[in-house]
Design a protein around this ligand. Sequence first.
Ligand SMILES: Cc1cc2nc3c(=O)[nH]c(=O)nc-3n(C[C@H](O)[C@H](O)[C@H](O)COP(=O)(O)OP(=O)(O)OC[C@H]3O[C@@H](n4cnc5c(N)ncnc54)[C@H](O)[C@@H]3O)c2cc1C
Length: 333
Amino acid sequence: MQSLLLDNDKIFISIGKTSADKKEFVHIDHGSLIDLIIIGAGPAGITAAIYSTRKKLKTLLISKDLGGQASISSSIENYPGFQIITGPLLTSKLDDHLRTFDLDLHLAEECKAVQKRGNLVSVITDKAGYLSKACIICSGATPRKLHIQGEQEFWGRGISTCSICDSPLYSGKDVAVIGGGNSALDTALQLSQFSKKVYIINKNTQFKGDGILIEKVIANERIIPIYGAQAIAFLGKESVEGIHIVEEGKEKTLDVGGVFIEVGYKPNSNIIDTVEKNSYGEIMVSKKNETTIAGIYSAGDVTDIPTKQIVVAAGEGAKAAVWSSEYILKTRW
Ligand SMILES: Cc1cc2nc3c(=O)[nH]c(=O)nc-3n(C[C@H](O)[C@H](O)[C@H](O)COP(=O)(O)OP(=O)(O)OC[C@H]3O[C@@H](n4cnc5c(N)ncnc54)[C@H](O)[C@@H]3O)c2cc1C
């Protein structure tokens, strides 16, 4: 992991193993020091940024993209104020709201490491290095893979994890969804608007999602649930033409033109290795969104807060901004 070194008010970036292997990076100007760096512009990070800029904190929001997972949801029916809204529309509203505030927004920038340096926090990205008084990690989560035969080969060629992006590609075809939670149910419902048949391959004997989604899936004639089954290989030549599964001990092949993998998410927490995490790799946070390192806060799906939802991530982002701002105001710099 790259690191920033502080030496006599200068920041160096390490380029080798010894302390001599360093090159000057930036001079610290305490007057213009960033108050708060927020990593990730999903619902948690955007909300944190809105709160912190309204508190007049000098805020830098760094993110690979805007909207995060919320941007790929087909229809959101549980965000207060909107009976129903698509992920892209909610994202564009969040974007509009965010841009009414005075903050530095660095999109298409990837954070590589977050470290505590003295009483400051250093953030290294693929483009630069920054120092701030505090930081909120809102880097969310990434879809998990199955690691079975053909997955690597056909990734992006018939295998997808983004139904809102790719559903129309499968118009008139038979497709399969792998998983049994809300994401799998949501994906199957969305695909049923385009595809002829939608198999849901669920390793458990029942679905684990919200009751209302389960009811919609069961009532949908185009969706065929297959319970107690596991995918073992993807088949095809140029792109996916079938999926090999084991259903109650018996192997069989389903002819499908596309597969959507919806088997959960991995927290994007590897940018920091010094805070305490749980066995899933989620960053452990207090009720005030503090991590185990003072000045480093976290919010949303990357944390051990159990409910992974937009409204929860937004609320956690708001809390993290409130408590980090209190930390910044009360600390002697
Ligand atoms: C298909 C689907 C449908 C869903 N439907 C609903 C729904 O209807 N209702 C609901 O409430 N919830 C829904 N969810 C869940 C909801 O989207 C998430 O709980 C919510 O988006 C989490 O917000 P977050 O800000 O914590 O993280 P994310 O949304 O994951 O955002 C994380 C952000 O961090 C950025 N990032 C990650 N790593 C880095 C890095 N190293 N450097 C810089 N930036 C980084 C990402 O690019 C992204 O912008 C759905 C999720 C999916 C996948």
